[in-house]
Write a protein that binds this ligand. Structure first.
Ligand SMILES: Nc1nc2c(ncn2[C@@H]2O[C@H](COP(=O)(O)OP(=O)(O)O)[C@@H](O)[C@H]2O)c(=O)[nH]1
Ligand SMILES: [Mg+2]
Length: 211
């Protein structure tokens, strides 16, 4: 499995080369944009590379703000890709540098969005390829299973590993995904820095959004 046809790769490349505009930054459920397009959300621990991946997928350097400071993205950011889908950059979890109450407020928002958004087609659950699935990721996986929200594990920062270690990290994550009801069986390794794996992830997102 996993081999994408060349025409799917090319169609996805074109889609992601199209216009991508910031729609809204929602800090509360009331300020979410109206339901309009299929949505693909990016979730994961703070600093895992969510904003970098949204930028790299769309070939923009500064669309989603990136930061070396964990916990930087404090709202849910929506980007309209070519009028075809919304890319959704979620606040990270597991950060240590904010107060407990702020942390809970952000997480409540993210989990309410994940559980209750009818147009949400897929969550890309980002995992640092060097660190693998952590406790907080397992909690998120369980919650997504429970809410029956389709998700796929996406390994980030693969440029930091040798090819053999990437393959091993993918295998480990895939073995785990098999035990989770709502998890896609295939795990995609990526690097926002080198572009590794981005064509395949674009094709997966394009297929899910149009399906
Ligand atoms: N080596 C490497 N570093 C990355 C990659 N993607 C993101 N980073 C770095 O990881 C840090 C956090 O990235 P960011 O996108 O802000 O993470 P977020 O908190 O999940 O949105 C930044 O210092 C990025 O430069 C990658 O593919 N490779
Ligand atoms: Mg971010």
């Amino acid at each position: 499995m996993g081999e994408r046809a060349a025409d799917e790769i090319e169609a996805a490349r074109k889609l992601f080369a199209g216009p991508c505009v910031f729609v809204a930054g929602a800090a509360s459920l009331e300020s979410l944009p109206a339901i309009a397009l299929p949505e693909i959300a990016f979730a994961g621990r703070s600093n895992v590379g969510k904003s970098s991946l949204v930028n790299a997928l769309t070939g923009r350097r500064t669309l989603a703000r990136t930061s070396s400071k964990p916990g930087h993205t404090r709202q849910i950011n929506f980007f309209d890709l070519s009028g075809r889908l919304f890319l959704v950059d979620l606040p990270g979890y597991g950060f240590a540098q904010v107060s407990r109450s702020m942390k809970e407020a952000w997480q409540d928002l993210a989990s309410a969005y994940l559980r209750g958004r009818p147009t949400l087609k897929r969550v890309c659950l980002l995992i640092d390829a060097r660190h693998g699935v952590k406790e907080a990721d397992r909690d998120t996986m369980k919650n997504l299973d429970k809410a029956a929200v389709s998700y796929q594990l996406v390994l980030t920062k693969a440029d930091q590993l040798k090819p053999g270690a990437i393959a091993a990290a993918v295998a480990t994550a895939q073995a785990l995904a098999r035990h989770h009801g709502a998890a896609h069986p295939e795990v995609l390794p990526t690097s926002s820095q080198t572009g590794f794996g981005l064509a395949e992830l674009r094709a997966e997102i394009a297929a899910v959004a149009s399906g």
